[in-house]
Design a protein. Structure first.
Length: 94
């Protein structure tokens, strides 16, 4: 079971099922989670809202989970989104 992590400029490859996650997707995820808003996250990232939406959609497809619960007025983390948010914010262990 090879779970080595190879890092390059914009991708992290987790060698188990060839999962490729773009760092911009993760940044978009964190910004949307922190702001509870795609448009506010886009402003802070200096991107169009549609680009942030594409990053999140691609990340959800790659991970095969729904990360946000969306409606016309609200964006909240799903249970899977809460787990990913927790993992991304965990302190590094040496």
């Amino acid at each position: 079971m090879d779970e080595r992590i190879r890092k390059d400029y914009t991708n992290i490859t987790l060698r188990k099922e060839e999962l490729i996650v773009n760092l911009k997707q993760l940044e978009a995820f964190v910004r949307v989670a922190d702001n509870s808003s795609f448009s506010n996250a886009a402003k802070k990232m200096a991107l169009k809202q549609s680009t942030v939406s594409c990053h999140i959609s691609s990340l959800e497809k790659e991970l095969k989970v729904r990360l946000f619960i969306r409606n016309t007025k609200d964006v909240k983390l799903s249970k899977d989104g809460e787990i990913l948010s927790y993992i991304l914010r965990m302190p590094k262990q040496h």
